[in-house]
Design a protein. Structure first.
Ligand SMILES: [Zn+2]
Length: 202
């Protein structure tokens, strides 16, 4: 079949449904899967697509074997911890620029790209008590659920997986280093999906 024959033709919903039914239960060959995977390299998902994926997978659990595989593939991958600046050396000039920007954001936090309308002040549920936080830290054995290391110094922070501070169900709470907690406050869709998948026994 010539390549790109469908390029400008938009399929109707009816046709797409038909195609989806005919493909049900049909397994692609390894080669075909490889081709699909290669054709997707470098193509970023849209935000809506990512949210849809995350919702579609909500509540699904990876098997132990898959989780092991994911975890092994992430070893040494510093980006997987949500920071793309780890190990990166900034020049003196950009350090000064960053420091000025930080000071400006402290004066006017509303200008910060991560500003979400002052959510971090107030809005906590009255159920989010010291006792509950202690319980969560104890359940997580005082191990940070992001980097898997024990607490050092101060107590671990207790994080709301769905970012809803009123949802204080125990399966929505995890213990994190304060540093690690800061990391998960950006890229929220990603971290929500990450902790929702990886939550075993919560
Ligand atoms: Zn940590």
């Amino acid at each position: 079949m010539p390549k790109g024959i469908y390029k400008h033709k938009k399929l109707t919903l009816k046709t797409r449904k038909k195609m989806s039914i005919t493909h049900l239960g049909v397994k692609n060959t390894k080669e075909h899967n490889n081709n699909i995977s290669l054709s997707h390299i470098g193509i970023a998902l849209t935000k809506t697509h990512r949210i849809a994926l995350s919702l579609a997978h909500k509540g699904n659990r990876h098997t132990k074997a898959t989780r092991k595989k994911i975890s092994l593939s992430l070893i040494g991958n510093k980006r997987s911890l949500g920071s793309n600046t780890l190990g990166y050396k900034f020049t003196q000039a950009s350090k000064i620029k960053m420091s000025i920007a930080r000071k400006n954001f402290l004066k006017n936090p509303k200008k910060h790209p991560n500003w979400l309308g002052g959510l971090s002040f107030g809005n906590y549920s009255s159920k989010f008590t010291i006792g509950l936080k202690r319980k969560i830290r104890k359940r997580d054995k005082n191990i940070c659920q992001l980097c898997d290391k024990r607490k050092y110094g101060e107590e671990l922070a207790v994080h709301h997986i769905d970012y809803n501070k009123k949802n204080c169900k125990e399966n929505n709470l995890i213990a994190l280093h304060r540093r690690c907690n800061t990391k998960v406050n950006t890229n929220r869709d990603y971290w929500f999906a990450y902790f929702a998948y990886n939550g075993e026994g919560r």
